[in-house]
Design a protein around this ligand. Structure first.
Ligand code: NIG
Ligand code: FE
Length: 418
């Protein structure tokens, strides 16, 4: 069990503030400031889980604080946000990984009943406790890498009961772990074996039977789909998205991962929160995303594991002003990755992103991909006090090191996660 601890007592009862961090070097990552939005010799005051004051130490108002902590020589960044994971699943696919090293492709495995379907079998068979325990281990690893907010998708159940089971486990993980968990219904991840050759009927099942349950029990914050030759085509996804939006849910899309399936344009047409992967997206799609305010989520772990050579169109994304987020895509098939700083390190190397873009992609832009930019992703007064305190010389170090997350402490709504 992960635990949140902090100074005893509530602000207001005894003191104005719960916690004040002093002697801080802060990468605020504010949208309107270059150079990481850095502040040196700064203080951050926290009350009721939110940032109550931020500024130079010599301007710190003389208010009473429950606890004051000097964090000299550390950098504070917004806590990291992993905006795309599939971290609840049964079994693993390490044997397939070995086959792929021998030259068998991801598509070949998918077509012969392996790939996502192998995890579907294992997830359907897994009981809730096993899914929960294994999910918690992966969440713990992410938290140890500085992550406070995690999105978790369903998509390895593909029946009403097992998709609900996955989302229920994800919701429980959110309640018990101390991390903030956002969930997405990804029932349109692949065509379940029972519906082989009848994908349209399965889309109807999602719309008529899964969505109403998910909405009634508030099990998902968004609906995702996989638009690809080995999954669903654009008209099928569009039908699902219309139904999701009718029920008040936001949408996001696995788009153009293996081929240009018009995914970026489709996502933009529905003003999706994000279009994810997008290695094969075309420029018209990127332009449409910019216009729609759809965030690009780049997933270097999947790119690396699939041996992909086509890079996501980073230059075009920059040119058209599309927000670029980075995520782990933590999943058993294409990205068994449980560290956001490692995802940043990979994105900088594989996609030629600057360390500043990588940190923005793991904080401010990731918040946009989840529709949560109003309350997290940057260090600003009024936002959640979700802060990562790092033993680093400079924020660029987070993308420079590989496999080392020099986290001193993670605060979630002002409380230390231990
Ligand atoms: O994001 N693209 C589809 N979904 C996952 C892979 C899931 C799996 O192979 O189990 C992805 O790469
Ligand atoms: Fe994914």
């Amino acid at each position: 069990m992960l635990q949140l601890t902090g100074p005893l007592g509530l602000s207001g009862a005894m003191a104005d503030w719960d916690l004040v961090l002093t002697n801080a070097r802060v990468a605020t990552m504010r949208d309107d400031s270059a150079g990481y939005g850095a502040l040196e010799e700064a203080a951050i005051a926290i009350a009721d889980g939110k940032i109550a004051w931020l500024g130079p130490m010599n301007k710190l108002p003389g208010k009473e604080a429950q606890e004051t902590r000097s964090i000299k020589d550390c950098w504070v960044t917004p806590a990291l946000i992993d905006c795309h994971t599939h971290l609840v699943f049964g079994g693993d696919r390490a044997p397939e990984y070995e086959q792929r090293l021998q030259g068998v492709s991801y598509e070949q495995l998918a077509k012969s009943g392996g790939g996502i379907l192998a995890t579907v079998r294992a997830t359907r068979d897994a009981d809730i406790d096993t899914l929960y325990d294994n999910g918690l281990r992966r969440l713990r690893a992410l938290a140890a890498s500085g992550v406070a907010t995690v999105e978790i998708k369903s998509g390895y159940g593909l029946t009403v009961a097992s998709e609900l089971k996955m989302l229920g486990v994800a919701r429980n993980l959110g309640q018990a772990s101390g991390l903030s968990v956002q969930t997405s219904l990804l029932a349109a991840h692949t065509v379940p074996p029972e519906y082989a050759g009848k994908a349209d009927q399965y889309i109807d099942l999602i719309i008529n039977e899964m969505l109403p349950e998910v909405v009634e029990h508030k099990l998902a914050d968004a609906v995702d789909a996989y638009c690809e030759t080995i999954a669903y085509d654009a008209p099928q996804v569009a039908k699902l998205f219309r139904a999701a939006q009718d029920q008040g849910l936001r949408v996001k899309l696995h788009a153009d991962q293996l081929s240009d399936s018009g995914g970026a344009e489709l996502a933009a047409r529905f003003k999706a929160l994000s279009a994810d992967h997008i290695e094969y997206s075309n420029e018209a799609g990127i332009r449409a995303m910019a216009k729609a305010g759809t965030t690009a989520v780049l997933l270097p772990g999947a790119y690396l594991t699939l041996g992909e050579t086509r890079q996501p169109p980073v230059l075009q994304l920059r040119e058209h002003g599309v927000a670029i987020a980075i995520a782990t895509d933590c999943n058993p098939g294409t990205s068994p990755l449980c560290s956001m700083p490692l995802a940043m390190a990979l994105a900088s190397r594989l996609f030629s992103m600057t360390p500043e873009e990588c940190l923005a992609g793991a904080t401010r832009e990731a918040a946009k991909a989840l529709g949560l930019a109003h309350d997290r992703g940057t260090i600003e007064t009024g936002k959640r006090a979700d802060l990562a305190i790092w033993d680093i010389e400079h924020p660029r170090d987070l993308s420079y090191w590989m496999g080392r997350a020099p986290l001193r402490q993670l605060l979630i709504e002002g409380l230390a996660l231990s």
